[in-house]
Design a protein. Structure first.
Ligand code: MN
Length: 424
């Protein structure tokens, strides 16, 4: 569904007066506001191809309507989000759920919507129809070399798919691990996995990266072979300079200090980027910022600090992706909310008085550091994020516009009431 830019402009007109008041009010307090807006305009978050349909749990899935039935429709959905918020200019593909039948045509369609291809994701956590060997007991860690080889070949196939689309990175999440004590020899599982990753690494094109994502538990409930950032960093350090550790916000044990993990991975030049989501208990895949927006802000504080210390471009230095599952919300509305939450946290991190923070840290003024951080966190930066969108041709209120044009109803008319998208 292509959005007419006139329609966005028309809808913005109704909000312009109120917006400009709110914007001037906050902009007056931020000397470097123009710099902040430039960075917000440049910042893009990739939308995963598996999150455009309704997700489910092992207990059930309550399908939505008007969901995309193929890759072309998924690209149209991301194009719609991007037209509204101008901050979702990339797609992260999952293979084999979204294998393009014609890579060139898919590339052209994405370009029409202003979308690039971010990391491609492999899948060795499920068995696909017709697949000769099963991943029931793992993939790269498997005791049977033939299964390991099948998993390596799949990853190389994903790289080839990505090359055809102009992607530059492969993201690997392994569900490998064990459910019961004694099931696995941890050392052998680690070494088998490492050997497989080495073969995949060797198949990377010159200008590609590989991201190794970790996860504490699920689907395995006793051990996970890439279970935390230490295990991932061990793999990526040994693999070489093209290997990086990917942080998924939902993949930690409760109360893990993710901002500290991020800071240290960046220090070692090993942070790949993010899978954004939010959670209350585990890997809940909830809307970004819906549970703990302060944590997200603290993470962005470390990201901005670390990227600036290394002279990295905020927009392109790391991979920014959402990884979520929408079980009860309209997926597109959920994604609009998620991107908005990311932009807000990023904007808040950008307006931290960094000189004052460093000065307070250097004299151990623990009270002052809290004041400085929370001064930024409690600033309502939504008008600044909206101003960045407005200047880039987006909607002042993307979610409101999505609803007022009855976007989902229009999609249902074309795609039907009963639809199930491939994905989680
Ligand atoms: Mn993830």
């Amino acid at each position: 569904m292509l959005l007419n830019s006139n329609l966005i402009e028309e809808s913005n007109k109704a909000f312009l007066g109120a917006h400009s008041n709110a914007y001037s009010f906050v902009a007056d307090t931020i000397p470097e506001v123009e710099e902040v807006i430039k960075k917000l305009v440049a910042f893009q978050v990739a939308i995963p191809s598996w999150a455009l349909g309704t997700g489910g749990t092992r207990f059930g899935r309550f399908s939505g309507s008007g969901e995309p039935g193929n890759l072309e429709q998924k690209i149209e959905d991301i194009g719609l989000i991007h037209a509204l918020n101008k901050s979702s200019g990339a797609i992260s593909l999952h293979i084999p759920w979204d294998i393009p039948s014609d890579a060139q045509a898919i590339k052209e369609l994405a370009a029409q919507h202003g979308l690039l291809f971010d990391a491609v994701n492999s899948n060795t956590f499920q068995d696909q129809p017709g697949q000769p060997l099963s991943y029931k007991f793992g993939s790269l860690q498997h005791v049977d070399k033939a299964v390991r080889q099948q998993a390596v070949e799949h990853n190389i196939e994903v790289i080839n798919q990505g090359v055809a689309l102009g992607s530059k990175s492969l993201s690997i999440w392994l569900s490998d691990g064990s459910c019961f004590p004694g099931q696995l020899n941890f050392r052998k599982a680690w070494q088998n996995t490492y050997e497989g990753l080495q073969q995949i690494y060797a198949a990377l094109p010159e200008d590609w990266k590989v991201f190794v994502e970790y996860k504490a538990y699920e689907p395995n409930f006793y051990s996970t072979t890439v279970g935390d950032w230490g295990q991932s960093l061990l793999f990526t350090s040994k693999l070489g300079p093209k290997a990086y550790t990917l942080v998924d916000l939902g993949h930690h044990l409760p109360n893990a200090n993710i901002e500290q993990i991020v800071s240290l991975l960046m220090m070692e030049n090993k942070l790949a980027g993010f899978h954004f989501n939010d959670s209350k208990y585990g890997d809940d895949d909830l809307t970004v910022g819906s549970i703990n927006p302060y944590q997200l802000f603290l993470i962005f504080n470390e990201l901005v600090e670390g990227m600036d210390a290394k002279g990295m471009d905020h927009a392109t230095g790391l991979a920014w992706m959402i990884d979520a599952s929408h079980n009860v919300k309209d997926p597109l509305e959920d994604l609009l909310q998620s991107v908005e939450a990311i932009m807000i946290a990023y904007a808040q991190a950008l307006i931290i008085d960094k000189k004052a923070l460093v000065a307070a840290q250097d004299i151990n003024d623990v009270v002052a550091v809290q004041e400085i951080l929370q001064q930024a966190y409690r600033t309502d930066v939504r008008p600044i994020v909206a101003e960045a969108r407005l200047r880039d041709g987006g909607a002042l209120h993307p979610l409101q516009l999505f609803r007022s044009i009855a976007a989902r109803q229009q999609l249902i008319k074309v795609r039907g009431q009963k639809t199930v998208a491939t994905g989680l």
